[in-house]
Design a protein around this ligand. Structure first.
Ligand SMILES: [Zn+2]
Length: 286
């Protein structure tokens, strides 16, 4: 379930404009209109009242010059700004058909001069909350009345989610919202920055094997301490003190335990570290 009432939008009318969608299993869409009027608060109020009076409400009314947003009815029900396409009730096509009337004129595309703000972003977030993708599946918007570039293909309208102009709706002849910039539309409401990927565990820098002979000189080194800590981490419980930093018979006994644990026996489990058991112990570089 997506957003039904857009946060921050003012309520217009009595909140009841339509009903259930006819094809709720079809993808959601948004349909853009222009009111063919001026903008500003006086126009906003007059157009809202007019749309209510004639019963042609969209879901929302948007002023591109002030970012003012009003909502007539719930987004999960139909609006009334489209003509039917024969028996197909275009207002009720899809999971949602969110209709936006922009206070603008088709001949002067609003994205050329608008000032989108947080209400526009809230509108786009609400549209996206219904899974409507950021695309215009019908392709070009109309640049003039009866522009042949603007398609009204029925199969696309019925089956494809995304954004449409009124100019793209089958059975309708209006050419609004004009040739608005599709890229500007989406860019004005960037999808939240992708969440940072969970931090990967830091790869541990491992201490290279110093050679078996090195241990036989009874070294005193932080490497012996690191080695012993790894043996304890692996389950060795025989250290009375230490481990490290000086190599002692206690370390040799501990290491023999590790070799036996790995399955070595005899001289392969004599407590003197070898390259392969060392690699498996993964002693961090100290
Ligand atoms: Zn329209």
């Amino acid at each position: 379930m997506g957003t039904i009432w857009i946060p921050g939008a003012e309520r217009l009318g009595d909140g009841s404009i339509g009903g259930a969608m006819d094809s709720p299993s079809k993808p959601g869409r948004a349909t853009w209109h222009s009111t063919e009027s001026g903008a500003g608060n006086a126009s906003f109020n007059a157009v809202a009242a007019y749309l209510i009076r004639i019963g042609a409400e969209p879901h929302v009314l948007y002023d591109p010059t002030t970012d003012r947003l009003g909502q007539f009815g719930p987004l999960n029900q139909s609006a009334r700004a489209l003509r039917n396409d024969g028996a197909t009730r275009t207002n009720r096509t899809g999971k949602v058909n969110i209709q936006i009337e922009v206070l603008a004129r088709a001949a002067t595309p609003f994205t050329a001069y608008w000032k989108p703000g947080k209400n526009f972003r809230a509108l786009m977030a609400a549209i996206r909350s219904w899974g409507v993708p950021d695309r215009f599946p019908m392709g070009a918007l109309a640049g003039r009345y009866a522009d042949p570039a603007a398609k009204r293909t029925r199969s696309v309208w019925l089956d494809q989610g995304g954004h449409y102009g009124h100019c793209n709706v089958p059975g309708n002849d209006h050419w609004d919202p004009g040739k608005i910039s599709v890229s500007a539309l989406f860019a004005a409401a960037p999808v939240g920055a992708p969440k940072p990927a969970p931090a990967k565990p830091q790869p541990v820098a491992l201490a290279p094997f110093p050679g078996t002979a090195w241990f036989k000189y009874e070294p005193r080194s932080p490497l012996i301490t690191a080695m012993g800590r790894r043996l304890v981490a692996e389950g060795y419980r025989g250290y009375k003190q230490g481990p490290g930093p000086k190599w002692t018979e206690a370390d040799r006994a501990a290491y023999a335990w590790w070799q036996r644990k790995l399955g070595y026996s005899g001289s392969d489990a004599d407590g003197w570290p070898g390259a392969s058991s060392w690699a498996k112990l993964r002693v961090p570089k100290s």
